[in-house]
Design a protein around this ligand. Structure first.
Ligand SMILES: O=C(O)CCC(=O)C(=O)O
Ligand SMILES: [Fe+2]
Length: 259
């Protein structure tokens, strides 16, 4: 963790549009183990109703909650049952919350006082072609304390062109963005109350002659190995006064019909 701390802090200090990306974060072995655990959790959901639920989103234009198609999510709670099923996922969440919280508190004095215990998290699985996230910021307001978003991807079979990219928008020009592929063992960190982002639609793999091509087949199941697994941890602020409203200029630019 100390390996990435300096670069992460430098990037976050750049401000609202900061996006820190680190590849080969945990190493191939641990990364593969986490994918297996995440798959096991998702597979359990057929026998455990309510373990994974359809992922929800807020429509920023209409201020209403809706369910995303073909995206399923659960919060990893720790506890004995989940620890037995997914020890590496639980350990990762606890470790990141305490270590990264401490590191950032020290380095970002005056900008963030993060809890080193309180977090929320989401293990999300995109199962079908067309699965996507609309443009949003993570902190939904109304008392939401989430300050730092930490994404970790577990997709060893991901190929360039498979879609499902994390798209980070500029706060000053809505036509400017950066696409980040959800490749295995990649970590992405940004401000939960500032960065406008989306996830581009997942594409399906099809054989064409000897080649594999990615094509948009909205609604068609992805191969099991091509399901998109992402684990998000949100570090929370100790105080609501640290959560910033999205500046009016950014709101107008990215969510023009919001009142
Ligand atoms: O999975 C991703 O790349 C991003 C997910 C996201 O934006 C969210 O859960 O709020
Ligand atoms: Fe998000």
């Amino acid at each position: 963790m100390t390996r990435i701390a300096d670069d992460l802090v430098d990037e976050l200090k750049r401000g609202d549009d900061a996006v820190y990306v680190c590849d080969n974060f945990l190493g191939a072995t641990l990364s593969a183990q986490m994918r297996r655990e995440a798959e096991k959790m998702y597979d359990m959901s057929s026998e455990t109703p309510g373990l994974f639920v359809k992922s929800q989103s807020i429509d920023a234009r209409q201020n209403r909650i809706y369910e995303k198609e073909h995206v399923y999510a659960m919060q990893v709670m720790g506890g004995n049952t989940q620890y037995d099923m997914a020890p590496k996922l639980v350990e990762y969440i606890v470790h990141m919350t305490s270590v990264l919280g401490t590191v950032l508190n020290h380095a970002l004095k005056g900008r963030a006082a993060l809890s080193t215990k309180l977090q929320s998290n989401k293990l999300a699985v995109c199962t079908n072609g067309g699965a996507a996230y609309d443009k949003h910021i993570d902190n939904g307001g109304a008392g939401d304390l989430r300050k730092i978003s930490i994404l970790y991807y577990m997709n060893p079979m991901y190929k360039r062109g498979d879609g499902g990219c994390f798209r980070a928008f500029s706060s000053t020009d809505s036509s400017v963005y950066r696409d980040i592929e959800p490749v295995a063992d990649r970590l992405v960190v940004f401000w939960s109350d500032a960065l406008v982002h989306s996830v581009t639609p997942m594409l399906n793999s099809k054989s064409q002659g000897n080649a594999e091509v990615s094509v948009a087949c909205a609604g068609e199941p992805l191969d099991r190995s091509k399901r998109r697994y992402a684990l998000t941890i949100w570090l929370c602020s100790e105080s609501i006064t640290e959560i910033r409203d999205l500046p009016e200029s950014v709101r107008k630019l990215h969510f023009p019909l919001t009142n």
